[in-house]
Design a protein around this ligand. Structure first.
Ligand code: HEC
Ligand code: HEC
Length: 464
């Protein structure tokens, strides 16, 4: 008897407890604790910071900085890596798609040369490319680090063994491209001299790289810089792989920027993010489904997805005026129109966005993800493209249908998002931008390079 009475009493307490619990849950729902929710997500999804990679050797960085800004690496001596990935342009070029050799100017005012064509794709920002997580380079991953630790590149077995890392493997290729840096047969350089690089057979990559080394090592200042960077390598044994390693070292040293409000937040500073950014983070890792593809410390799965991005620009290779993306590398039908998921650190300052710069606002980028069909069908070139590219939009209804039919199903968000929620996602993306970029990046431009050729700078920059 006594037992059952005490049990009854216990039952009453439980009822009160349950009521209190429900009340507190209701209270919680009406005033959502964003921090608590976000902590749960951060732990459940094991969200971590990126590993920026090892510190770079200063002698290698000094050589790399010279090479990166020196137009001597281009056939016509008129374009450098920096022209398309410039510190004053947040490591990109501010253009939807790039303008290669023959062009004049920097950034959005850059003009295409007579008889030249646009580069098919958008020059990506090159932030944090030294991070340990990277396995792929280029929008179609045509340079990759294989599971076996070997580089898979368009050069195959011809890639010099001296290439030290994935970013250096990437740096071997812009110099070989006719449109980007090498120039075309018959071109003369800025001094009216013949362009010897353009005459080399396109398949003969080793001869192109050797011709570049001949140019560079004829300059005493480069001999000194190479000797300092490679004290144990005799000059006769230096190859373009050594140059590429230096360029990569400079890119890593110069463009590693990940001290973001988001990382401050991950370290426990709950004031580092606005409520909008916190709500945006919850959407990003939750109902909006962004982290299905923009996953891991770099916010990319480094996989390829068809987002049915409007086809603009000259197109690429055999499929021009279309660009079939990863399909051109693999031949797999599932890779048609698929491009590598881009990373998102500092993405707010690296527009125009997408593999071909088809969108010039982040609202439009996100709206495209959320309703691909509406965005593609309603794509307005006058809104998003400069006049000289508007006529390149491939708007054949059959093509649009085909692209839409194979859109990656992972793109579908759990529900329709409101305009306010899109702004919250943008607030989160803003929290992925390192304020240090604005403060420090402009100071990376050298005043001169060893060849004596001109160094691209933004003229009339504020405060200069
Ligand atoms: C004419 C403009 C131009 C020049 C010059 C140029 N690039 Fe690029 N860069 C691009 C474009 C466009 C892409 C994307 C191409 C693609 O994915 O097919 C790119 C891609 C890259 C990437 C890949 C980033 C990623 O994550 O996929 C890196 C790194 C890079 N360039 C570094 C360099 C270096 C180093 C040089 C000089 C050796 C250089 N670029 C010269 C326009 C240029
Ligand atoms: C199915 C995989 C997938 C999902 C899900 C996804 N993205 Fe993307 N995202 C991509 C790919 C792939 C691209 C590049 C597509 C192209 O250029 O053709 C991209 C491009 C972007 C860009 C432009 C970046 C740049 O440098 O050009 C931003 C910003 C972006 N996504 C944000 C988001 C947000 C926010 C969400 C959630 C609403 C999201 N993504 C969901 C795969 C995805």
């Amino acid at each position: 008897m006594a037992n059952s009475i005490s049990q009854q009493g216990g039952g009453g307490q439980i009822v009160i407890c349950v009521i209190l619990l429900i009340l507190s849950m209701v209270a919680c729902q009406s005033v959502p604790d964003l921090d608590a929710e976000l902590q749960t997500v951060i732990q459940a999804q094991r969200i971590t910071r990126l590993d920026p990679g090892p510190a770079q050797d200063p002698a290698l960085v000094a050589l790399g900085q010279a090479l990166y800004f020196d137009k001597i690496l281009s056939g016509n001596r008129d374009i450098a890596c920096a022209t398309c990935h410039h510190p004053h342009k947040n490591s990109g070029d501010d253009l939807p798609i790039s303008i290669g050799t023959g062009g004049v100017g920097l950034g959005e005012t850059r003009q295409i040369g007579n008889g030249r064509q646009f580069i098919p794709r958008n020059a990506p920002e090159v932030f944090n490319r030294g991070a340990a997580e990277w396995r792929t380079m280029f929008w179609d991953s045509r340079v990759m680090l294989g599971e076996d630790g070997r580089f898979q590149t368009p050069a195959g077995a011809k890639l010099p063994a001296t290439v030290a890392n994935l970013l250096a493997a990437q740096a071997m290729f812009p110099v070989t491209s006719n449109d980007e840096m090498r120039g075309a047969v018959g071109d003369t350089d800025v001094f009216g001299q013949p362009n010897e690089l353009a005459l080399i057979d396109s398949d003969d990559l080793p001869s192109i790289w050797q011709a570049l080394m001949n140019r560079v090592l004829a300059i005493p200042e480069y001999q000194t810089l190479f000797a300092a960077a490679y004290p144990d390598v005799p000059m006769a044994e230096l190859d373009f792989g050594h140059a590429a390693n230096a360029i990569a070292a400079f890119e890593i040293e110069a463009y590693t920027f990940y001290h973001t409000p988001w990382y401050q937040y991950l370290e426990g500073d709950t004031l580092a993010l606005s409520d909008d950014a916190k709500s945006g983070a919850l959407l990003f890792f939750g109902e909006a489904g962004c982290s299905r593809c923009h996953s891991g410390p770099l916010f990319t799965d480094q996989q390829h997805h068809n987002l049915a991005v409007p086809q603009v620009g000259p197109g690429k290779g055999d499929y021009a005026p279309l660009d079939l993306g990863r399909f051109s590398e693999t031949g797999n039908l599932t890779d048609k129109y698929a491009f590598r998921t881009p990373p998102l650190h500092n993405v707010t300052i690296s527009g125009p966005w997408m593999h071909n710069g088809a969108f010039n606002t982040l609202e439009a980028v996100i709206e495209h993800h959320l309703d691909t069909e509406k965005s593609l069908q309603g794509y307005d070139t006058a809104v998003h493209l400069p006049p000289d590219l508007r006529g390149t939009f491939q708007n054949d209804p059959a093509l649009l249908d085909e692209m839409l039919q194979t859109v990656d199903p992972q793109l579908a968000p759990a529900r329709k998002l409101s305009a306010q929620e899109i702004q919250q996602l943008i607030a989160f993306l803003e929290a992925l931008t390192d304020p240090g970029v604005a403060e420090n990046i402009a100071y990376l431009v050298p005043t001169a390079v060893p060849s004596g050729l001109s160094v691209d700078v933004v003229i009339n920059r504020e405060g200069e």
